[in-house]
Design a protein around this ligand. Structure first.
Ligand SMILES: Cc1cc2nc3c(=O)[nH]c(=O)nc-3n(C[C@H](O)[C@H](O)[C@H](O)COP(=O)(O)OP(=O)(O)OC[C@H]3O[C@@H](n4cnc5c(N)ncnc54)[C@H](O)[C@@H]3O)c2cc1C
Length: 495
């Protein structure tokens, strides 16, 4: 009889674990608290508009280990059109000047040299460092299954990357930019303010454009929900089941072995293995009551900061709004009400590049800004509704500033707060992507197992500072590699 794997959570990591479980002949059951699969990789419909919540760029759309995993799990397939944009973002400074960030390293550096010729030498240095970082390649095998030879055989292909890690691994983005010694005030100011987070990692910054330059970080037309639906379809076609509205409250442990879960209505479901794809904090400290802790886990949850919660305003505009720059970051503080404010910047996305998002002749515009979870968590209903109305009013002003004359065309204005994220996905503190990537954790990764607990694995973005769909999906494959190893059978990636 096939052994059974229970998977808590039907986000992209849980779906991936489910797909690989089925490919390897296990019975698989995903327990998902929401009514649809996808977790934060999702979208919602309002009056014919689809408002996307996640993917702007997807590392692995062209090549490499992530790409293979995407093919196995139907994240992408030959019918999915991938868009490789020319521009990464346009950063608008408080004085109205801007800095365009191209997706191609050389194009971007040529543009910077044109605008700041006195810094040509430093810009060329930056270009060189970004090119070194292009050698970044994820491993196909889970960390415990890698041999020393796997690492050594990579050396000839990654020696420049290792040099970059050695030189910049411990530096923050701001220290790195400082070290380049730019003289041009516009350039220094624009780069320094581009990332508000003081601890943002220099390496993470260098990696971003290196993925784009390789045309390996495209956007799949159909967006986040498209990804989630394709994965769900692949999983069910393989015979897997997702049981929706199933809220897990506890992992049942007997003799230090995970043997099943208990739902919040008291139902017990037993299995041979349990994989948690729910958020890391809930898994370790609630489902398992903090009984199985490693030093690395303790350190991470005590010292690493989660990504902040966000407010997303989604606007359905009854007009075709054209833009050269689909993603803009508008710097500056703004007060929306006595409680709610935009602290450093907001992001405005015009989804006209994806025809599936809005009916013909109309446009989806999404505005996002960070908003601390603590501000929202104990808000009473009256205040909450009041703040949402304030945000809606303010959103029309922001739209007007960016697309003059179009606030009157808005026919839908939907506001999702940090509490919305928590309600639908359970994400710890409303974090949208797990732990923030900093100079302290850029090279770290948490183990998929916990010390002393058998037959239990974790998958998903809480294992990888920086998070994102690619490592989350990849971790589902790794969990099955580990389980197959334990079962003494070869792992299969396709039927
Ligand atoms: C605004 C935004 C922008 C982003 N941009 C990008 C991007 O451009 N590129 C990129 O790669 N990534 C991006 N991400 C991040 C990416 O979407 C996530 O890292 C990834 O989807 C995480 O997947 P996951 O399966 O690990 O976690 P989740 O999506 O959080 O899935 C966890 C699942 O577990 C379920 N669950 C939780 N608790 C329970 C319980 N008790 N019982 C049952 N089920 C439970 C939840 O409902 C959820 O379905 C973005 C995310 C957001 C929100």
């Amino acid at each position: 009889m096939a052994k059974k794997i229970l998977i808590i959570g039907g986000g992209v990591a849980g779906l991936s674990a489910g797909i690989y479980a089925r490919l390897n002949g296990f019975d698989a059951l995903i327990l998902e608290k929401h009514t649809i699969a996808g977790g934060v990789c999702t979208a919602w419909y309002r009056k014919g508009y689809r408002f996307d919540y996640s993917i702007q760029w997807l590392v692995g759309t062209r090549e490499g280990a992530f790409h293979q995993t995407f093919k196995d799990t139907n994240v992408i397939n030959d019918d999915v059109k991938i868009l490789n944009a020319d521009y990464h973002t346009r950063v608008v400074l408080p004085d109205g000047d801007d800095m365009v960030v191209y997706t191609d390293i050389d194009k971007w550096c040529d543009y910077l040299i044109k605008r700041a010729p006195e810094d040509e030498r430093s810009i060329k240095k930056l270009r060189r460092h970004m090119h070194w970082s292009k050698q970044l390649t994820p491993f196909d095998a889970a960390p415990p299954l890698r041999s020393i030879w796997m690492y050594l055989s990579l050396l000839p292909r990654v020696y420049k990357l290792l040099w970059a890690v050695f030189r910049f691994g411990g530096k923050t983005y701001k220290e790195y930019i400082d070290s380049l010694g730019f003289k041009n005030e516009w350039l220094r100011n624009a780069l320094m303010r581009n990332y508000a987070d003081d601890k943002f990692s220099a390496l993470a910054f260098l990696f971003i454009l290196s993925w784009y330059t390789r045309k390996n970080a495209g956007y799949p037309i159909g967006g986040s929900l498209g990804v989630a639906e394709r994965m769900h379809q692949r999983y069910t076609e393989l015979g897997g089941e997702v049981r929706f509205k199933s809220n897990v409250s506890e992992i049942i442990v007997e003799n230090d072995k995970a043997v099943g879960v208990r739902l919040d209505d008291g139902t017990e479901i037993r299995a041979d293995y349990v994989i948690s794809a729910a958020d890391g904090y809930t898994t370790i400290f609630d489902f398992l009551k903090g009984k199985y802790l490693s030093e690395e886990v303790k350190h991470a949850y005590e010292h690493w900061e989660p990504y902040p919660a966000i407010v997303q305003i989604s606007l359905g505009v009854n007009a075709k709004l054209e833009t050269q720059y689909p993603v803009q970051v508008i710097l500056g503080e703004r007060k929306i009400s006595d409680r709610v404010s935009i602290r450093h910047n907001y992001r405005i996305l015009n989804y006209s590049f994806d025809h599936t998002m809005a009916p013909e002749g109309k446009t989806c515009v999404v505005i996002r800004f960070e908003s601390p979870y603590d501000l929202w968590k104990d808000m009473d209903k009256e205040t909450y509704d009041f703040e949402k109305e304030n945000i809606k009013r303010y959103a029309l002003q922001l739209l007007e500033e960016n697309y003059p004359g179009h606030s009157a065309d808005v026919e839908v204005c939907d506001v999702a707060t940090p509490l919305t994220t928590v309600r639908y996905t359970g994400a710890w503190r409303g974090s949208y992507e797990g732990f923030k990537v900093s100079n302290r954790n850029i090279t770290a990764q948490l183990s998929q197992t916990l010390p002393g607990l058998d037959n239990f694995y974790m998958v998903g973005h809480w294992l990888f500072p920086g998070g994102g769909v690619p490592p989350s999906v990849h971790s589902g494959k790794w969990a099955l590699q580990l389980i197959c190893k334990k079962e003494g059978k070869p792992v299969r990636f396709s039927l």
